[in-house]
Design a protein around this ligand. Structure first.
Ligand code: MF3
Ligand code: CO
Length: 275
């Protein structure tokens, strides 16, 4: 069952989404060469709590998980070949040329928000800059599909088509998800799929759409011995962007937009809604 949210519920989700967006804005302003990933985690934890929310990821235990420890941090920080779920550490320093995917979730008033951005640090190689830009555009294009009357895998197909047109690999074994009173709800939102298939999208469905794209052709992410960090099977760099969105008629409502940037592709996508 895919739950459609009422306007009252969505009003609460806007607040969780705002807190997630502002936390990522804070991290964006603080992230630099030499900072530890633990310091970023502390900043996120403090900010989320200052807003009367709690971090969605901290102590999270995946459903049906065996042998996986509860997630030990507020954010996920995944560097270069790490796809998602990198665990912050006081020993891990961000370096010049890194790409750093930061994923953040916040829970307030009974509802979650979830979003991620990949940051480029200093001198990033041109092919990797291209990967990051294409991944962000994959999310923008996917959000354009999140409208009433479209089908779930129209979202997936938009990501796959754009990423593969550049020869990039779309991660297959990690997916987006419905979101609401629980962080992970029905339906799974894959990043590969066939247009015109999947459930029909209805007004008020809340989805976390999150393309994970690999510079290499491999579609596979493997889990490291820490039981969390997902790494591209071919060890090539990968990028990740995520927004929490509400399915609407004509144009999705994005709950986790940056408060800083006027020209973020996801805003451009909204403005440039198909006529
Ligand atoms: N955005 C990620 C996801 O939806 C973050 C989850 S991290 C976890 O899977 F620790 F909470 F699992
Ligand atoms: Co998510």
């Amino acid at each position: 069952m895919v739950t459609a949210r009422s306007e009252k519920e969505i009003e609460v989700m806007r607040e969780s989404g705002r807190i997630v967006a502002e936390t990522l804005d804070l991290i964006e302003s603080e992230i630099r060469e030499g900072i530890t990933t633990k310091r970023l985690d502390d900043l996120a934890n403090e900010y989320i709590r200052s807003q009367g929310a709690t971090p969605s990821f901290l102590n999270y235990v995946p459903k049906g998980a065996r042998g996986i420890r509860p997630y030990p941090a507020t954010i996920c920080v995944s560097i270069n070949e790490e796809v998602v779920h990198g665990i912050p550490s006081a020993k891990r320093l961000i370096k010049d040329g890194d790409i750093v995917s930061v994923d953040c979730g916040a829970f307030k008033g009974g509802y979650h928000g979830d979003a991620a951005r990949t940051f480029m640090i200093g001198n990033v190689a041109p092919d990797i800059v291209h990967l990051v830009k294409v991944t962000e555009m994959c999310l923008t294009l996917a959000i354009k599909e999140a409208v009433v009357g479209k089908r779930l895998f129209d979202i997936s197909a938009a990501v796959q088509q754009y990423a593969e047109s550049f020869g990039f690999g779309v991660i297959e074994n990690m997916v987006g998800h419905g979101i609401g009173t629980k962080m992970h709800e029905e339906p799974p939102v894959p990043n590969l799929g066939k247009r015109g298939t999947g459930v029909f999208l209805r007004e008020g469905m809340a989805l976390a759409i999150e393309p994970m794209i690999n510079l290499g052709r491999s579609r596979k992410a493997v889990i490291a011995s820490d039981t969390w960090t997902a790494i591209t099977a071919d060890k090539k760099p990968s990028a990740h962007f995520e927004h929490t969105v509400i399915v609407r008629k004509g144009k999705a409502e994005v709950l986790t937009l940056s408060r800083l940037k006027k020209d973020q592709p996801s805003v451009v996508a909204e403005g440039a809604e198909a006529k």
